[in-house]
Design a protein around this ligand. Structure first.
Ligand SMILES: NC(=O)c1ccc[n+]([C@@H]2O[C@H](COP(=O)([O-])OP(=O)(O)OC[C@H]3O[C@@H](n4cnc5c(N)ncnc54)[C@H](O)[C@@H]3O)[C@@H](O)[C@H]2O)c1
Length: 425
């Protein structure tokens, strides 16, 4: 049994979208000190204000509803019930008031100072391998030898991230499957080739204790690392279909502006961060298949520095209230074109195929577990729910689609086509 009581000081590297959210749940878990480390005091001040607002919003049901109102998942949340479960791990359980919780938040620009007395670190800097490697080299140099060092990477190899840390046995992956950690359930724990069983055990238990407004956390440990982990790998593969659909429209004379008018751009992508999705897609392109190359539209936004809500512009322009959508009237020809072409079953088939690849690679041992990961991560049923009866039909669809789209990676793998996945219940 892991002695979690020994973990008192927490450090979060990067105070952006994820770092701020992770610091919030770490503070609510009751750690004595949570230090956020970032490049300069301006970023840190923004992060501190965000963390404070989000914690204060949890003081009462009314405040909470008001603050989280724009968040779809929380619109219909049964706050009485959920806040009950939240309180059992958060503010009430720790018998501390908000002021005390906030007094435990520290900020630091010098990583050597920020991590020198830390017991657990979560890195949440941009999704760039060289940057993460540099951070883990510094963590290896400056953090105490017993500290567990986790990366919140969305797609990358923990083995590679840990390569210069001089203590890869302490390095693990800890991926929060949402841009808003207090509202998510799923956390994926990933081993690198050298991660010790003890580090993974500590990571799982630390993850399990983070409070969530949705109820109990769901923590899953992958059998081995894989680009994109489980939930992101399936999600990103699914978007290949959507990208193809948009390209078809453009090739058929429907302009980007007309597609935007019909609201086919992705608000969620703006919230996640255009740069994060771009870097993940580039990584999967390099590690799995050229078919994962980011779409032209995403690449253009990335090159223009339109990284989404965090910088005020991505697919949409943003202000404090949300995306500004001054959409012109939708042209019927645009929606007719998309509706005629759209086949949502292809997305399910693509995800089933990818999930079968994960079983084949030995990343997960059971398809029921993949279903559960999807359900807890996205609140949607996993691909095997319907796929276990429709896989033959879906395999045919994939052959057709792979040919039509030129994306040969999307051809059904043997595990899917043969139904062999049914043995991995
Ligand atoms: N955005 C999401 O929805 C999401 C979800 C899960 C995981 N992730 C992962 O979390 C990580 C962070 O993503 P994000 O969305 O928070 O990005 P972000 O751009 O919002 O934040 C990254 C932060 O890292 C800081 N940073 C850069 N270099 C640094 C350095 N040398 N030292 C300290 N800080 C530094 C930046 O200043 C910035 O504040 C990425 O690995 C991403 O893949 C993102």
């Amino acid at each position: 049994m892991v002695e979690l009581d020994k973990i008192k000081n927490f450090a979060v590297i990067g105070g952006g979208i994820m770092g701020s959210g992770i610091a919030q749940v770490a503070l609510l878990t009751g750690y004595e000190k949570v230090t956020v480390i970032d490049l300069n005091s301006e970023i840190l001040e923004k992060s501190r204000i965000l963390i404070q607002q989000r914690i204060e919003a949890l003081e009462s049901e009314e405040k909470c509803k008001e603050f989280f109102a724009y968040h779809d998942l929380l619109k219909n949340l049964d706050f009485k019930n959920k806040l009950g479960s939240f309180e059992s791990v958060g503010i009430v359980a720790n018998k501390v008031d908000i002021k005390t919780i906030l007094s435990r938040l520290c900020t630091e620009t010098d990583i050597s100072k920020g991590v020198r007395d830390t017991d657990f670190v979560i890195e949440a800097v941009s999704e760039k391998m060289e940057l993460k490697q540099k951070i883990f080299e510094q963590l290896g140099e400056y953090s105490p030898p017993q500290a567990v060092l986790a990366s919140n990477t969305s797609s990358m190899s923990i083995t590679d991230i840990a390569q210069d840390s001089k203590r890869p046995e302490k390095v693990i992956g800890m991926h929060f499957h949402t841009y808003f950690p207090i509202t998510g359930m799923l956390i994926e724990i990933t081993p690198g080739e050298k991660s010790s069983a003890e580090s993974l055990d500590i990571g799982r238990e630390v993850a399990q204790r983070f409070p969530s407004l949705m109820g109990e956390r769901f923590t899953v440990q992958l059998e081995k690392e894989t680009p994109g982990l489980i939930a992101n790998r399936l999600a990103i593969t699914g978007t290949l279909y959507f990208n193809w659909l948009m390209n078809q429209a453009i090739e058929n004379g429907i302009s980007r502006e007309k597609l935007d008018a019909a609201d086919f751009s992705s608000e969620v992508a703006d919230v996640i961060g255009i740069d994060t999705i771009y870097y993940c897609s580039k990584y999967l392109e390099k590690k799995i298949s050229p078919d994962f190359a980011p779409s032209e539209r995403l690449t253009d936004l990335f090159n223009e520095g339109k990284f989404g809500r965090k910088v005020g512009e991505g697919f949409y322009k943003w202000n404090e209230d949300g995306p500004i959508k001054n959409l012109p009237p939708v042209e019927k020809s645009t929606t007719d074109f998309i509706t005629k072409l759209l086949d949502l079953e292809i997305i399910s088939a693509i995800q089933l195929n990818e999930a079968c690849r994960l079983l084949d690679e030995g990343v997960v041992k059971s398809y029921e577990l993949i279903n559960k990961v999807l359900l807890k991560g996205t609140f949607m049923p996993g691909p095997f729910v319907i796929g276990k009866t429709k896989y033959k039909e879906w395999a045919e669809k994939l052959y057709d689609f792979a040919e039509k789209s030129g994306k040969s990676y999307l051809k059904p793998c043997d595990m899917m086509e043969s139904g062999r996945f049914l043995d991995f219940k």
